[in-house]
Design a protein around this ligand. Structure first.
Ligand SMILES: Nc1ncnc2c1ncn2[C@@H]1O[C@H](COP(=O)(O)OP(=O)(O)O)[C@@H](O)[C@H]1O
Ligand SMILES: [Mg+2]
Length: 435
């Protein structure tokens, strides 16, 4: 509005200036050349002056208005281009529709996200609302009509090809100067965020399960130790052979339980990395012993051969090394069917390196999955069963110890994982002889 007033003020002022200038010039001319002219000449002169100044004013006004209009048109064009450009580069999908859900605007991100071209959807009904979400959108539209914008809610949208996916949506009122109320829908793809959230929940669940296991182990530890002592005392006092054999079996069972609980406690304890020379054979033996009950309950056979690792030391954090082997064993256990077989053996591939191999005859891994195995969160297991962190963690542990990990697999035939580390350098004993 002030711009309009400014326009009229400028036009009027410039016209007055123009008329005054014409009249002043006329006075000068009249004074100089027509001082003694007769009445008729002067009369014609005044008529000519009137016509000339009116024409001049008319031209000036027309030019002024035209120039102003061109300027406004140019500004309008530029602001339209800017608005279009903004709409196109906006990272979220922006869709404008009316209350009957007829699409009026559709930006490039909407095209990328939903797979429909602008020409395909503009003018027709909004095609990306899954059947189950139609009612929800109706509700959103009613709320926006009542003046309550919808901000950052999570819902689903249906692309042209493929399954419906999660989006974050805002629905805002949009009114052109005198037109009806329109609806501006802005959505962004949050599939990745939802995936991470689910993973975090799974990790949280596993962490609390780990803590629970640690707590349970802690609680069981003391009564088990007390039971063990009592059984040992009983056994010393029992004279009867049959009873003594029973007590021995009881002691053996309790020993196993107490050992198992101790291992569980050690495993769940998190400590900072402490590298020390570790005997590869003993690491393999203790982990496979610990794992044996899980294998037995599924009816899986385990063969262990640590002969090549005996006395071979690697500089490593024992906890990490054990977790690594445990991860590989639990993957193998998941892969084999009851009655399957897992083999673990040590091997020395060169003079300076020692390692172990975990081989199973389970389901194997398809070529497509093989490339992504070491990616964190890559899993083919159903939610709650796999976190996809095992092999990623295993690779980290191996790299932290200067080792290497390789995996060979054929779908339907089985998988073999090779891990090896540099042998710990034996420190030469230096003798200082003081003279
Ligand atoms: N021994 C194996 N046999 C078959 N598949 C395996 C084996 N080890 C790993 N995998 C595949 O690699 C994926 C990633 O393993 P991992 O990182 O340990 O995560 P998770 O076990 O939690 O799924 C598994 O989901 C599985 O598909
Ligand atoms: Mg795993």
């Amino acid at each position: 509005m002030p711009e309009k007033r400014w326009f009229w003020a400028t036009l009027t002022l410039s016209c007055i200036t123009l008329v005054s200038a014409v009249f002043a010039a006329w006075e000068v001319v009249e004074n100089r050349f027509f001082r003694y002219a007769n009445y008729v000449t002067l009369h014609y002169l005044y008529i000519t002056r009137g016509i000339a100044s009116s024409l001049l004013l008319a031209f000036w006004a027309a030019w002024f208005v035209l120039r102003q209009r061109r300027k406004s048109e140019e500004e309008l064009r530029r602001s339209r281009e800017r608005y279009r450009g903004l709409l196109e580069v906006f990272p979220g999908a922006v869709i404008l529709y009316d209350s009957s859900r007829r699409v009026l605007e559709w930006n490039a991100s909407a095209q990328r996200m939903y797979g429909y071209g602008k020409d395909e959807v503009c003018g027709s009904s909004l095609p990306v609302i899954p059947q189950a979400k139609r009612g929800e959108l109706g509700d959103f539209i009613r709320r926006v009509e009542c003046g309550e914008p919808i901000l950052d809610v999570e819902t689903m949208r249906q692309p042209k090809d493929g399954e419906a996916f999660e989006v974050q949506l805002s629905l805002l009122p949009f009114r052109e100067s005198a037109g009806p109320l329109l609806f501006l829908e802005v959505t962004s793809d949050i599939r990745e965020r939802v995936r991470w959230r689910q993973r975090m929940l799974e990790i949280e669940k596993l962490t609390s399960m780990g803590k629970m296991a640690a707590g349970t182990a802690h609680h069981l530890n003391s009564p088990l130790a007390a039971l063990l002592i009592r059984v040992q005392m009983m056994r010393q006092r029992i004279k009867e052979d049959a009873l003594a054999a029973d007590a021995a079996r009881l002691e053996e069972g309790l020993n196993f339980c107490s050992h198992f609980v101790r291992r569980l406690l050690e495993f769940t304890r998190t400590a900072s990395m402490q590298k020390a020379p570790q005997d590869v054979a003993s690491v393999v033996e203790s982990v496979t012993d610990f794992f044996l009950p899980a294998l037995r309950s599924k009816g899986v056979a385990l063969s262990v051969d640590v002969s090549r690792g005996r006395g071979r030391m690697v500089l490593a954090d024992r906890n990490l090394l054990e977790s690594l082997l445990l991860t590989l064993l639990s993957n193998a256990l998941d892969a084999v069917l009851p009655g399957g077989e897992i083999r673990v053996f040590c091997r020395q591939i060169s003079a300076g390196r020692i390692g172990f191999v975990v081989k199973d005859n389970g389901c194997g891994i398809s070529a497509a999955c093989r490339e992504r195995l070491f990616e964190p969160f890559f899993t083919t297991k159903e939610p709650g069963k796999g976190t996809g962190l095992g092999l990623a963690m295993a690779k980290n542990v191996v790299l932290e110890h200067g080792g290497a990990i390789e995996l060979e697999s054929q779908a339907g035939e089985g998988t073999t994982v090779y891990v090896d580390f540099p042998l710990a350098a034996v420190q030469p004993v230096s003798l200082k002889v003081e003279l």
